[in-house]
Design a protein around this ligand. Sequence first.
Ligand code: KIV
Ligand code: ZN
Length: 502
Amino acid sequence: MSNYVHIFDTTLRDGEQSPGASMDDHQKIEVAHQLTRLGVDVIEAGFPMASEQEFESVRRIAREIRGPRIAGLARAIRPDIERTAAALENAEKPLIHTFLATSSIHMEHKLRMTPEQVLENVIGAVTLAKSLIGRVEFSAEDATRSEWDFLVKVSQAAIDAGADVINLPDTTGYTTPGEIRRMFEYIIGKVKHDGHVIFSTHNHNDLGMAVANALAAVEGGARQIECTINGIGERAGNTSLEECVMAMHTRHDVLPYETGINTKEIYNSSRVLSNVTGLVVSYNKPIVGRNAFAHEAGIHQHGMLASTTTYEIMTPESVGRAKSELVLGKHSGRAGLAKRCEELGYTLGSDEISALYARFIKLADQKKEVFDDDLRLLLLGVRDETFQTYQLGKLTYSGKEQSAATVELVHGESRRSESAQGDGPVDAACVAIEKIVGVQGKLETFQMRAASPGKDALGEAHVIVQFEQRPFTGSGVSTDIVEAAVLAYLHALNKYLALQRG
Ligand code: KIV
Ligand code: ZN
C-alpha cells in the first residue's frame, strides 16, 4: 500500500458550517486559491443543493481553480447529484461526494429506512453520480456508530457501483484512536476491489480526538484525511489540517506517511481563513496559535538560547512563520507592496492595490513599523470594502460609561449620519448604526487584541453579533480601538445583509 495520504480539505463545506463562519463568494475563492498554494489534493467547495448562492460559488471555484480536485457534496438523491454535477461542469478534476447514513440510530430515527433500503439507495446514488462525473466518493455517515459488517456491505456495494473513494466518517466525534484503527483494518480487510479505491477518514472533534483519530485511521489503512484549516467546523470542529500534517511531518519516524502539502503555506492559510471568517484562532492552538512557538519560562528560554532543539520539535519557519517581519517602509512603492501581498497569499486587482497603498501610507505615518500581520489586516479592510453594503464614513465619540457617538455610513452614493447614547462608545455607535440601517443586532462576543508588537500596534477587534438569532462574525482593524470595534460590528452586519439579499 502506498504511504501517500491525500489531504481532502473541507474548510469551505464542513468548515463553513461553524457558527458564524459563513463566507461569501469572493471570500471562498480567496480561500480556495490559498488552499491551492498549500497543495491540498481535494477542495470540497460546498453543497450546491443548499442554495443558489452555494451553487454559484461551487461553480466559480470549479471554473477558476486548477490543480486540486474540486468536490461538491450531494445527498444520495437524484436532484442533489444532478445539481452537484452541474456545479462541477467546468472543473478540471471534479468529484461528486455523496453520502447516506448507515448507523441504526440514523436509519431508524432520521431516514426511517431499513438497511436494505439504504443499500439500494447507495447503489442508485453512486451509479447515477458515476454516470455524470468520472470520480465519486461515497460517505457512510455516522460510520463509527454503525455495525462493521453493514459497513462492509455498503462499502462493497458502493465500490461495485463505481465509487473511487469510501469515506467512513466519525460524524459525532465519538470514536477513539484504537477503535477507529481497528474499524479501518476490519473493513479494508474484508472489502474487495481492484486496488484503486482509497479509504478516507473524516473526524469531528467533540471529544478533542479528531486529529488522533485521523492519524489512527491512517495507521489502519486510510489514505485520505478530510480536514479543515484551523480545525473549524460543526460544533467542536473537524480534524485540523495543520495539526495532522505537521504530526506526520515531525514524527515521520512513527508516522511514515507523505502528503503533498507545502508546509510553509500553513501559517498563511490559517491567517487568510481567520481574516475572512473573523473566527479567531486561540493563542494556544498548536502550529498556528500566537503562542505556539513562544517560550515564556526562564528555564525554557535558557535552553532555547543554548540550542533551539531543547524545546522546539519543529521550527516556526517550517510552517511559514518567519519572525514577525518588518515589511516595507513608507517609501516603498506599490509594486513592492503588491509583491509582499502575493507572498502572503493574496492576489490583488489594481483597484485593491491602490486602496491598500493609501491605507499603508496612512498607517506608516501613524506607526513606526509595519509588520506582515498589519498588512494582512489592512488587506482585510480593503477586501471587505469592495463588497460591503455599508461602509464607515465618519465616527466621533465622547464619554466613558455614559457615552455619545455620531456615525456616518456610506451606502452607494448616499451618506447618512445618526447620533446615539449608550453604555460606552462602542454601544453608542452600534445604536447609531441600528438607527441608520434599521436592523437590530445583539453583540454576543467582543474580543480585542494587538495585531503586532509595540504600543502603537493596530487594534484588531473580533465580534459575534446575533441577527434574527443567527450568529455572524466580524473583524475590524484600526489604530483607534473604538473604531476597530465599530468596523467589526459593521462587518458582521454586512454579512447578514448579504445573506438576506441571497
Ligand atoms: O460528518 C459527516 O459525516 C459529514 C459527511 C457529509 C461526510 O460531514
Ligand atoms: Zn463532517
